[in-house]
Design a protein. Structure first.
Length: 459
C-alpha cells in the first residue's frame, strides 16, 4: 500500500465505467494510469433494475463481462501498485454477490500470476439482530416510509446494510490490494482512498458523487470512464476518452441525478453541501470545482435494503392491429379485464384479492396509464398481461385462461371474431417469484464498521 499521509498534489481516482461488467476500452485505463491514478474505483451494483436481484441474490451482469473487466483492472492495479475497490458486488451486495466476484478475482489471479491481497466486506444483515435494534428504538423510517415491524424483517429474502467509506478504508489500512465490498453507497467506493489519505471531506464527497457513474458526467456518457484529482481546495475532473469533454454544465448536472435536492445529498456520516460550489472550465475538456462542503451528522446511520417475495408471476404478450379494436382500445381493455375476472371466479373459483392481472397497452399508454393525455389512435398495440398469484401454478392457470381472450376477444358490439398475434409459443412465460423492496429505513450505529464483516485472503 502507498504511504497514508496526505500527498501535496492530491489524490487521483480512476473510475473506468459506471458499473463493473458494462465494459470500457482498455486504452482508457492506460490513460488514467498516465494521469497519476492512486486508486481504481468501480461500482458493481445498483437498485436501478428493481428488487429481483437482491431478493434472489443473483447478479444482473453476466460473468463473462465481469471477468473481462476485472482482468483488465486487476492487471492495471497490480502493475501500478495501487488498490482496486469494487462496491456493491454482485449487483445488490449480498454475501453471495461478494463471494461470486471474489471467486472470479481468485481465478484471474491464478491464471495471470498475480499475487494480491483481497478483502471481502460482507453487508448482509440477520433479521433477528435487526429486530433487537428495532426493539431498542435504533431503527427509523425514511420518508415516506412507515414504521417497521419485526414481521417485515422476517419476510425479507435478503437484507443488506449500505456501508459508508469506513469499512473500505479499514480494509485498505489492513493491507488489501483489492477490496470487494458488499452493498455500499456509490460515493463511498470512490471517496474511501482519498479520505484515508487526508483529503478534505467536502471536495472528496462531491467528487465521488460526480464520478460515481463514470462517463455520465461528460458530454458523451457512452465513453465510459473519468479521472478526478482531489486536493485540499477542490477537485478537477476530465474524461478518459480524449474525444469527450467535461463541461461545467455536464459536471454540475450530475448532482441532479438520483437526489431529492440538487444541492445536498445524505451519506451515512453526514451531508454533502454544494450550493456554494463553483464550476470552472480549465480548458475544453477539464473542469475545476471548488466550494463544496460536508456537514457531519450528529448520528451515524446505516440504510437498510430488503426484498421480500410478493407472489409469483406469469407474463403473456400479444399484438393487436385490428382497426376497430384500436379505435376503442380503452373499452377493449376494460372488457378484457371484466371478462377475465368473471372467468377466474367461475372456473378457478379464486377469491378476489388473491390474484392480480395488470394489462399494459404498449404503443398507447403503457408507461403513463391514465396520466397519458389524449393518446392518439395507434396503428398497432402490444398487449402485455402480467398475472400475479400466491403460487406459480395459480398464476400459470390464470394466464392459460386468458389465452383465448388475448387471441380472439372481440368488443361486445363486433359481429366478427378478430385475430391477434402472440409473440411467443407457448404464449405464457412463467417468471417465478416476484419481489418488492420493503425496507426504507436506517439504523443508528455506534461505529461505522460494526454492521459489516471483513475477510482477508491472498488470491
Amino acid at each position: 500500500m502507498p504511504d497514508q499521509s496526505a500527498p501535496p498534489d492530491g489524490v487521483g481516482i480512476l473510475v473506468p465505467t459506471g458499473m463493473l461488467g458494462a465494459g470500457f476500452p482498455p486504452g482508457t485505463i492506460t490513460r488514467g494510469l498516465s494521469l497519476g491514478a492512486d486508486v481504481i474505483a468501480v461500482d458493481g451494483g445498483s437498485t436501478d433494475s428493481g428488487p429481483h436481484y437482491l431478493g434472489a441474490g443473483v447478479a444482473k451482469t453476466t460473468e463473462r463481462a465481469v471477468r473481462r473487466d476485472l482482468r483488465l483492472l486487476l492487471a492495471a492495479a497490480s502493475s501500478a501498485r495501487i488498490p482496486l475497490v469494487v462496491g456493491s458486488c454482485g449487483t445488490s451486495g449480498t454475501d453471495s454477490g461478494v463471494n461470486w466476484v471474489a471467486d472470479i478475482v481468485t481465478a484471474i489471479c491464478v491464471e495471470d500470476g498475480l499475487d494480491l491481497t483481497v478483502a471481502k466486506i460482507f453487508s448482509e444483515q440477520r433479521a433477528d439482530r435487526l429486530t433487537a435494534a428495532l426493539e431498542s428504538g435504533r431503527v427509523h423510517a425514511l420518508p415516506p416510509g412507515e414504521p417497521l415491524d419485526a414481521a417485515t424483517l422476517t419476510r425479507c429474502a435478503h437484507i443488506v446494510g449500505m456501508m459508508g467509506h469506513e469499512p473500505i478504508e479499514q480494509a485498505m489500512r489492513a493491507g488489501a490490494d483489492v477490496v470487494l465490498a458488499g452493498r455500499a453507497t456509490d460515493t463511498a467506493v470512490s471517496a474511501a482512498f482519498a479520505l484515508m489519505r487526508g483529503m478534505p471531506p467536502g471536495p472528496t464527497w462531491h467528487a465521488a458523487k460526480i464520478i460515481e457513474c463514470g462517463g455520465q458526467c461528460t458530454t458523451d456518457p457512452r465513453t465510459g470512464g473519468v479521472f478526478a484529482r482531489i486536493d485540499q481546495a477542490g477537485f478537477t475532473i476530465e474524461p478518459l476518452d480524449p474525444d469527450t469533454a467535461c463541461t461545467p454544465a455536464s459536471v454540475a448536472a450530475h448532482m441532479l441525478y438520483e437526489t431529492v435536492n440538487p444541492y445536498t445529498m445524505r451519506e451515512p456520516g453526514g451531508t454533502i453541501e454544494v450550493a456554494g460550489a463553483r464550476y470552472i472550465a480549465l480548458d475544453e475538456r477539464t473542469v475545476r470545482v471548488e466550494g463544496s462542503r460536508f456537514e457531519p451528522a450528529s448520528q451515524y446511520t446505516v440504510k437498510l435494503e430488503g426484498a421480500a417475495v410478493t407472489g409469483y408471476e406469469t407474463v403473456s404478450f400479444a399484438g393487436i392491429r385490428d382497426p376497430q379494436i384500436l379505435r376503442s382500445i380503452d373499452l377493449w381493455a376494460e372488457f378484457f379485464t371484466k371478462t377475465l375476472t368473471e372467468q377466474v371466479q367461475a372456473v378457478l373459483e379464486l377469491a378476489a384479492g388473491s390474484w392480480g392481472a395488470d394489462l399494459r397497452l404498449y404503443g398507447y399508454n403503457a408507461i403513463l396509464g391514465e396520466l397519458e393525455q389524449a393518446p392518439a389512435t395507434p396503428a398497432e398495440v402490444g398487449v402485455m398481461l402480467l398475472v400475479s398469484a400466491e403460487d406459480q401454478q395459480t398464476a400459470t392457470a390464470i394466464s392459460k385462461l386468458a389465452n383465448p381472450l388475448l387471441l380472439h376477444l372481440p368488443l361486445p358490439t363486433m359481429n366478427y371474431l378478430p385475430s391477434f398475434a402472440f409473440a411467443t409459443s407457448p404464449a405464457h412465460i412463467d417468471r417465478g417469484a416476484a419481489y418488492e423492496f420493503v425496507l426504507n429505513h436506517v439504523v443508528d450505529v455506534d461505529s461505522p464498521t460494526e454492521m459489516f464483516r471483513m475477510e482477508m485472503t491472498n488470491a
